[in-house]
Design a binder for this molecule. Structure first.
Ligand SMILES: *[C@@H]1O[C@H](CO)[C@@H](O)[C@H](O)[C@H]1NC(C)=O
Length: 221
């Protein structure tokens, strides 16, 4: 009897894990920032990241998300290949983030900041590099997340961000998320990509809308 109920408990725990902890498969192979799922509902998940450290490019002005992300990723790829003050090579991590600050008009360039997650091993003394900024999310950072597949296109990102926004309306998270998005510039959002360009199937991407649990700190990245 005791054995049977513990089996049932184990099965229930496994079922819960399958729902709540479906981390992107890439994170079973390479290091990703740890997070905790705080809430999940139809169309979104709320995560809490703690003390994650990033290396970020300067803002890149472009009309294309794909072109800006490629340019930013190249700088970060060179950084982990040893183009940094310590000539140190760094392990690849995931995801690569692109912060999108959409333009005000149809013919204006948007602004993009591309970021790489610094592996735990390097966080005590991350190498500086010209043109890149190393920084840590102080304390807890929350993200409202929507996942989607395939290769990310310029047309996708705005559409997926709008869907995430719609799924949050009327929930207890809407106000905090909105405040986070407008802290820097109106309607910013972040695209997280987990796969290299050479992986053709099972690709995982996410839209993140970052916000603070507490109100202090208005920087988005
Ligand atoms: C990094 O490499 C360059 C070129 O090979 C060299 O001049 C420099 O001294 C190296 N720096 C360190 C910290 O090893």
């Amino acid at each position: 009897m005791a054995r049977r109920s513990s089996l049932l408990l184990a099965a229930a725990a496994a079922a819960l894990l399958a729902v709540a902890a479906a981390v992107p498969p890439t994170c079973e192979r390479i290091e990703c920032p740890a997070y905790e799922v705080v809430d999940s509902a139809n169309g979104f998940e709320i995560r809490r990241y703690t003390d994650a450290m990033w290396v970020s490019t300067s803002p890149i002005e472009d009309i294309s998300f794909v072109a800006a992300t490629r340019a930013g990723f190249l700088q970060l790829f060179n950084y982990i290949q040893g183009k940094n003050a310590y000539n140190e090579t760094i392990e690849m991590t995931a995801p690569v983030l692109t912060l999108v600050l959409p333009s005000d008009g149809p013919f204006c360039a948007s602004s993009f900041v591309v970021s790489f997650y610094v592996p735990a091993k390097n966080q005590a003394d991350p190498p500086p590099a010209e043109g890149l900024r190393v920084h840590r999310w102080a304390g807890a950072r929350y993200a409202a997340v929507r996942r989607f597949g395939g290769f990310v296109s310029d047309a996708d990102v705005g559409e997926q961000a709008a869907r995430l926004d719609a799924s949050l309306q009327g929930t207890k998270w809407a106000a905090a998320v909105n405040e986070g998005r407008t802290a820097g510039k109106a309607t910013s959002y972040t695209v997280a990509q987990y796969n290299s360009p050479f992986e053709f199937s099972g690709r995982v991407n996410e839209i993140w809308m970052l916000f603070d649990g507490a109100k202090e700190g208005s920087a988005i990245m």
